[in-house]
Write a protein that binds this ligand. Structure first.
Ligand SMILES: Cc1cc2nc3c(=O)[nH]c(=O)nc-3n(C[C@H](O)[C@H](O)[C@H](O)COP(=O)(O)OP(=O)(O)OC[C@H]3O[C@@H](n4cnc5c(N)ncnc54)[C@H](O)[C@@H]3O)c2cc1C
Length: 456
């Protein structure tokens, strides 16, 4: 849709007549507040936002929007850096009020609605001493996280978020409600496990839960002068680390303005075994900070919320590396530092264990070997365009410099709109099957989480 269409109540009369939820148009007082995503840098102006309350609202909105020939998008937790939850001049199916969670403690499973966040799920699951693979921040939507794959501090023991997805209910492009599980529409479930939000609006997801309350987790901070040694030892260490131990790492700005190297281990087995497993990390260098301690998993994922507040401007570039060698450590230190702002950071996810043992063709998520996913996250308060450019270039330069050492594809959840050529490479040998799936469930390319990559 290239032209702006009539944005008045009369145009939307038939849509609102059958809605339980609320329709917001640009003139409505609440529109601007609801339109704002986590990343305030996103400026997309939808023609309408439908705040769905029921599955019927979603079905009706999909059918109506398609009948009008308008573009649509789905908003879950609203945490996509690139802002793909919104569509310019189109209709947004906003699921952020559909966040109910139901736990079945006997089956060790959870049903969550399509707008539920990691925090919603964990708050409910921890009452039963259960947990699943979530991201590191509580406000991230479970649907967006899972559909793209889902790197977790629990990945070594439980796999990706997508590996824990047991079934889903999806409103497809023709407005039908479809259940995807091992028996019905198993092809669709395969695609939802890492293939992105390209096949419909996912109104509910069922997850496998694992017995877990307390983990051993926290921050180890080393001085920058020791970064080379620590990273070499870290690289050696993770090759044989137990599944229970997953170690995100990276660089952050310390209160004195200098960058520091961090390792942020999470151990999800017994606390005694965890202390033993983590002990070698404490010998890698002269620790400036040691905050590793027992913590509930729910508290862990709330711990980083304050570091990534809603409302700043953010930009991300990512590269997935086989490991850290002398050259890549050099690039991280020389191109990555200094960080462009006190809020910016380099974060490296540690993919291993259970996630690496899933076969490449078992789910849509294809990069099934041990790797490190490097995120260059630029964050700044809204400033002049020149400042913005400086932050964007920092992330891009680091990404370009790492590219020769990286896998060709990447993590689709964190690719930028200008990185379309990396999407087929990310899916590798699964790409053709995803194209087939797209032809089956969304031949007109209505749902475009990875921006029209499945249209060939
Ligand atoms: C602070 C922060 C921390 C993060 N931490 C991690 C992490 O630890 N591990 C990790 O792997 N990733 C992480 N991410 C990335 C995150 O997983 C992705 O950005 C994810 O897409 C966010 O999902 P969302 O539902 O919040 O976002 P949204 O912006 O709402 O959606 C993202 C995309 O998914 C689609 N989508 C969302 N919900 C649905 C649905 N119900 N049905 C169909 N399509 C849907 C949207 O249309 C959009 O294209 C993090 C992101 C942020 C901002």
């Amino acid at each position: 849709m290239t032209t702006t269409f009539v944005q008045n109540q009369a145009f939307f009369k038939y849509l609102t007549a059958f809605l339980t939820g609320q329709l917001l148009l640009p003139d409505d007082a609440a529109y601007e507040r609801v339109r704002h995503l986590w990343n305030r840098k996103v400026k997309t102006q939808p023609a309408a936002i439908v705040r769905c309350l029921t599955v019927q609202d979603v079905i009706h909105t999909v059918r109506w929007t398609r009948a009008q020939g308008l573009p649509l998008s789905v908003r879950g937790g609203g945490h996509d850096f690139a802002g793909r939850a919104l569509v310019e001049n189109g209709v947004v199916i906003d699921l952020s009020q559909m966040r109910a969670v139901t736990i079945d403690p006997d089956a060790r499973s959870a049903h969550v609605q399509g707008g539920a966040t990691a925090g919603d799920l964990m708050e409910a699951a921890q009452e039963y001493g259960l947990a699943t693979a979530t991201g590191t921040v509580s406000s991230v939507g479970m649907a967006g996280f899972t559909l793209g794959g889902g790197y977790s501090p629990l990945i070594g023991a439980y796999g990706l978020g997508a590996d824990n997805l047991l079934s889903a209910q999806v409103v497809t492009a023709d407005g039908q409600l479809v259940t995807a599980n091992a028996q019905e529409h198993a092809d669709l479930l395969w695609g939802l496990r890492g293939g992105g939000g390209n096949f419909g609006a996912v109104v509910s997801l069922e997850y496998r839960l694992h017995p877990l309350t307390t983990v051993l987790s926290g921050l180890l901070l080393y001085p920058l002068e020791q970064a080379k040694t620590v990273l070499h030892r870290f690289n050696e260490f993770i090759a044989t680390a137990p599944d229970e131990l997953t170690i995100p790492s990276g660089f952050l700005q310390m209160p004195d303005g200098l960058p520091g190297l961090f390792l942020s281990p999470t151990y999800c087995g017994s606390l005694e075994a965890g202390e033993q497993a983590i002990a070698p990390l404490r010998t890698f260098g002269d620790l400036l900070v040691d905050r590793v301690q027992p913590v509930t998993y729910d508290a862990l994922i709330h711990g980083q919320d304050a570091l990534t507040p809603k409302g700043r401007h953010y930009y991300i570039q990512t590269r997935s590396l086989k490991g850290l060698q002398t050259e890549t450590i050099k690039v991280l230190l020389e191109q990555g530092l200094p960080l462009p702002s006190p809020f910016s950071l380099i974060q490296v996810h540690n993919f291993h264990g259970a996630a690496s043992r899933v076969g490449v063709s078992e789910t849509a998520f294809a990069l099934r070997q041990d790797h490190l996913m490097v995120e260059a996250i630029a964050a700044w308060d809204p400033q002049s365009p020149v400042e913005e450019q400086r932050h964007i270039e920092w992330a891009q330069n680091l990404s370009y410099a790492l590219a020769p050492y990286a896998f060709k594809g990447g993590y689709i959840n964190l690719l930028d709109e200008k990185e379309q050529e990396r999407v087929p490479l990310a899916f590798g040998s699964n790409y053709e099957q995803l194209l087939d799936l797209k032809r089956t469930y969304d031949p007109d390319d209505v749902f475009r989480s990875t921006i029209g990559h499945f249209t060939s």
